[in-house]
Design a protein around this ligand. Structure first.
Ligand code: SF4
Length: 373
């Protein structure tokens, strides 16, 4: 059994590394009309290979370094969207890690061979200090998932100068869907923001939370066509994960879920852009990529968690280095039992297994307590 798991691990890691290389090679081809962007993605492809090699080296020490780190640098946000998982799940009153600790964490991640970082929140741009930090690590690419409303002319000019920052604007579809979830007038201000990014030839993306109510908008393709015409070259479709009973009806139906992968294939064939469907695309890697299989999540307080949707942890970066934290027994237990995480019921398979996660943590704590006695 151990040999099978080792072989599987070797296999999905190889597939993931290859997919990252293909992903950034595609980004390079898509941006050829903009030499500065193309040159950046060309360098990124080379960096991806170096990073994968570095992860392999650290792997020989028995430490599983994920290719991607999702870092929610703040829980603060200037909006309060309906059904926001960040505001529902990340309610810690503990202070956020300061700028020095953020920089140190990113430096260590780069040193361990983390290929790219996803910065999330809350709203990441409420922490403007992150712009200087991103500028310090030119060979690491940062996807910044933002509600976009803070991107005025001054910030757009700064983003233009930071090639390794890719803003990913959150939308719910068109005006009606976006304003009904995010607030009146948000869609109009985001249209202006997208205009600013396009005028400056900034490589940007969008992230759409796919629900049972906006699925038709996504499916008919007009939204993708309009966004592509507006300069968007990277599309994330993230299946909504109901965090409580009040939003269970937002979850897409089984028929819609079955249609999603076909839809992504048709978009990839029709538009010169990159399309990622979460968690749908994880199937290509043998299922859920959380807990370090493909990515880990760092909370604003420094907790190392399997996924942004799952605020469970047994390690914190205030007490240990990132390298030490990646040795987490909790993460290892989730990774080694990833076959338990059958997708299919509501976006995040791990969120649906909260009792199991609690049991792992309780058992780990009990073992630690016994050891201390
Ligand atoms: S912008 Fe994002 S973090 Fe802020 S309230 Fe909306 S969904 Fe939540």
């Amino acid at each position: 059994m151990k040999a099978v798991k080792q072989k599987e691990k070797k296999n999905y890691t190889r597939i993931l590394n290859k997919s990252l290389k293909i992903f950034f090679s595609t980004a390079w081809r898509i941006t050829l009309s903009h030499p500065s962007q193309a040159y950046f993605f060309f360098r990124t492809v080379r960096w991806q290979m170096k990073a994968a090699k570095r992860r392999g080296e650290i792997g020989k020490e028995g430490i599983h370094v994920p290719a991607i780190i999702i870092y929610s640098i703040t829980d603060r946000c200037n909006l309060s969207c309906k059904g926001c998982y960040a505001q529902a799940l990340h309610t810690s009153t503990e202070s956020e890690m300061n700028a020095d600790k953020m920089r140190e964490t990113i430096r260590e991640a780069r040193g361990l061979g983390v290929s790219f970082m996803v910065l999330a929140g809350g709203e990441p741009f409420v922490r403007r200090e992150i712009l200087d930090i991103i500028g310090n690590f030119k060979d690491v690419i940062f996807f910044v998932f933002t509600n976009g409303t803070l991107i005025d002319g001054e910030l757009a000019d700064r983003i233009k100068r930071i090639h390794n920052l890719v803003p990913i604007i959150s939308l719910e579809g068109n005006r009606l869907e976006t304003d009904s979830r995010r607030g009146s007038g948000i869609f109009r201000s985001l249209s202006e923001v997208i205009g600013r990014l396009q005028k400056r030839h900034i490589f940007f993306g969008t992230s759409v939370t796919v629900t049972s109510s906006n699925f038709d908008i996504v499916e008919d393709g007009q939204f993708v066509r309009d966004m592509h015409r507006s300069g968007c070259r990277l599309f994330f479709f993230v299946e909504y994960t109901p965090i409580d009973s009040t939003t269970e009806a937002w979850e897409i139906t089984d028929n819609q879920r079955r249609a999603l992968s076909g839809l992504m294939e048709s978009f990839r064939a029709r538009f010169p852009a990159l399309f990622i469907s979460v968690p749908e695309d994880e199937k290509d890697f043998g299922g859920c990529l959380s807990a370090g299989r493909g990515f880990v999540h760092i909370s604003a307080q420094g907790n190392i968690e399997p996924c942004p949707f799952v605020p469970y942890s047994d390690t914190n970066l205030r007490e240990s280095s990132l390298k030490e934290a990646l040795k987490s027994n909790f993460l290892a237990a989730v990774r080694e039992n990833s076959d338990r995480l059958e997708e299919g019921k509501g976006g995040c398979a791990l969120w649906n297994k909260r009792e199991w996660l609690n049991a792992i943590l309780a058992e780990k704590k009990h073992t630690a307590d016994v050891k201390e006695q």
